[in-house]
Design a protein around this ligand. Structure first.
Ligand SMILES: Nc1nc2c(c(=O)[nH]1)N[C@H]1C(S)=C(S)[C@@H](COP(=O)(O)O)O[C@H]1N2
Ligand SMILES: [Mo]
Length: 516
């Protein structure tokens, strides 16, 4: 056939870069899927409502029942994923997120190389239908498959004999790359408190379910990818495993009857499985080292893109959640894991917090010791915002308190001050060590960074951190210390605790930045 009749390109075939990006795509996508499941296991329930109302999930992956007669926290809802399924297995939220974000960067990069080369060459035609003929051709292809035939890449199953796929394949790949992929990226980003804090309309763009709808759809996208993978592999086997692998590994389209491509392809799959196994092994055996290695790549990117975003949230009163979920028990004798044997808090609680003092010290010119009355006498700020727990749930609340900037103006940090250390009366539930969090000074100066003493117009309830808790509306919930005891101004957070920026960072591989 004369190649000029459709715009001058020869048979598209399977150039080396198509094959290389295909296999890297397979690697990154499977790593994304398995690390995504580790994240899901931390809150194995999906909602269509922004409040993540207990019991309102449309699907759940746990049978764990929660006590009706006493307080429970969302850490109690967490399940342990099997390590063959999730990266990592067990309680793997922290490292699961690191693996997820690492691959969420590597995968689009691979996609960018692919799409760039695609449009720099005539290869874009393999993906982008150039004729409406694609629709009837795809229909014919589907009918043929349903009749257990094997439609090849040629007319009447494609509108151009130079294309390497039939029309149904072309439409599927087109929809996957230009539909599902951008959708997964968008619904992933729409779960970031920094992005939604700065652009609350993004959250509303997902309708009444808002950020929980984004999370649900993100999961359905994973299910779509999984469904695609199953059908894709089935088709490869059905069309002739050796011949198809010859194309995708060696780029050979003529039927040679050789099994070389097939064996090499199986070798690539084995290598991918080995990488997964190594990632699981490293995460289980060398948690801190894996944390530090992945953080070295992921954290600078998050810091440079998301750290500077400032929250401008202002939800309506009518949007306030009927029930605000919980994480972190009050440090009273009923919850020994949070109390850790220290009765100071319970004594203050008994006295209605009349003797409570917030201690502010460290690298400051004027150390402070502030009673609740002192704090109430300072500037008051109200804000109705969306709380994002790292586990995946969200609730909306109206918080009132003192801007942290006001407190900083009073204590006057010295020039070398760079971080704020928030310490709690409560203990970290796994280690029994005091709960603490480090936050960059500029975050403390954000207009919506406050020390809250009220929630929804009432004195801060015990379970939400009475009498005082931090709010940073571009951060994940774990940064917002409840039962606040003191604030210390320091020059370097790496010298505090185990040096990673907080209790959950030190113990659970959570990230210092908490922007997404
Ligand atoms: N002292 C203390 N503060 C804490 C925690 C904790 O365990 N102890 N948990 C954090 C986490 S993970 C979240 S999501 C929020 C939950 O706040 P809430 O219980 O008011 O919803 O508090 C944060 N502050
Ligand atoms: Mo959380």
């Amino acid at each position: 056939m004369d190649p000029s009749y459709l715009g001058g390109f020869g048979p598209l075939g399977f150039p080396l870069w198509v094959r290389v990006t295909h296999w890297f795509n397979f690697l990154f996508l499977t790593l994304l899927a398995r690390s995504g499941l580790a994240i899901l296991a931390a809150h194995p329930k999906l909602y269509w409502n922004i409040h993540s109302r207990p019991g309102s999930e449309w699907i759940r992956f746990t049978r764990k029942a929660l006590p009706a007669d006493r307080m429970w926290c969302s850490t109690d809802e967490e399940v342990e994923a099997p390590s063959w399924l999730a990266l990592p297995g067990g309680k793997g939220l922290g490292l699961g997120r690191y693996w997820h974000f690492f691959n969420a960067m590597a995968w689009p990069l691979c996609g960018l190389v692919y799409v760039t080369l695609m449009f720099a060459t005539p290869q874009w035609r393999r993906l982008v239908p150039t004729s409406w003929e694609v629709l009837p051709d795809a229909w014919r292809t589907l009918v043929a498959y349903l009749q257990f035939q094997q439609p090849g890449p040629h007319p009447p199953y494609s509108y151009d004999p130079r294309l390497p796929f039939n029309s149904l394949q072309q439409l599927t790949y087109f929809g996957l790359i230009f539909g599902l992929v951008p959708f997964e990226i968008a619904t992933g980003l729409a779960q970031s408190p920094s992005i939604l804090g700065r652009l609350p309309w993004v959250e509303r763009a997902f309708g009444r379910g808002g950020r929980q709808a984004a999370r649900s759809i993100h999961f359905l996208g994973l299910a779509a990818f999984a469904g695609f993978l199953v059908v894709h592999v089935f088709m490869v086997a059905w069309h002739g495993f050796a011949a198809e692998m010859d194309k995708m590994v060696l780029g050979r389209e003529e039927a040679t009857g050789s099994w070389l491509g097939a064996w090499l392809g199986l070798g690539i799959v084995a290598a991918v499985v080995a990488i997964h196994a190594a990632a699981n092994h490293a995460s289980a055996r060398h948690r801190r080292a894996t944390h530090r290695a992945l953080a070295a790549v992921v954290d600078p990117v998050r810091r440079n893109t998301l750290h500077r975003l400032v929250s401008v949230q202002d939800y309506r009163e009518s949007e306030v959640s009927p029930y605000f979920r919980l994480n972190g028990y009050p440090p009273i004798a009923a919850y020994p894991q949070a109390q850790g044997g220290d009765q100071t808090y319970e004594r203050l609680l008994g006295g209605g917090f009349a003797d409570y003092r917030l201690e502010v010290g460290g690298l400051v010119k004027c150390p402070l010791s502030l009673s609740l009355d002192d704090l109430r006498a300072m500037a008051r700020q109200d804000q109705t915002t969306l709380h994002h727990c790292i586990q995946g749930w969200t609730s909306i609340g109206r918080w009132s308190g003192v801007p942290i900037g006001e407190v900083l103006d009073r204590c006057r940090p010295s020039p070398e001050a760079r971080y704020l250390v928030f310490r709690s009366f409560g203990m970290h539930e796994y280690t029994g060590k005091p709960y603490y969090k480090c936050v960059a000074m500029e975050i403390g100066r954000h207009p919506q960074a406050i020390l809250a003493y009220e929630l929804n117009g009432e004195r801060l309830p015990l379970q939400h951190g009475a009498p005082l808790r931090a709010r940073f509306e571009t951060k994940l919930g774990f940064k917002m210390v409840k039962f606040l005891r003191s604030i210390e101004v320091v020059d370097d957070y790496r010298r505090v605790g185990d040096g990673l920026g907080g209790s959950r960072e030190d113990e659970q591989q959570f990230d210092m930045g908490a922007e997404i």
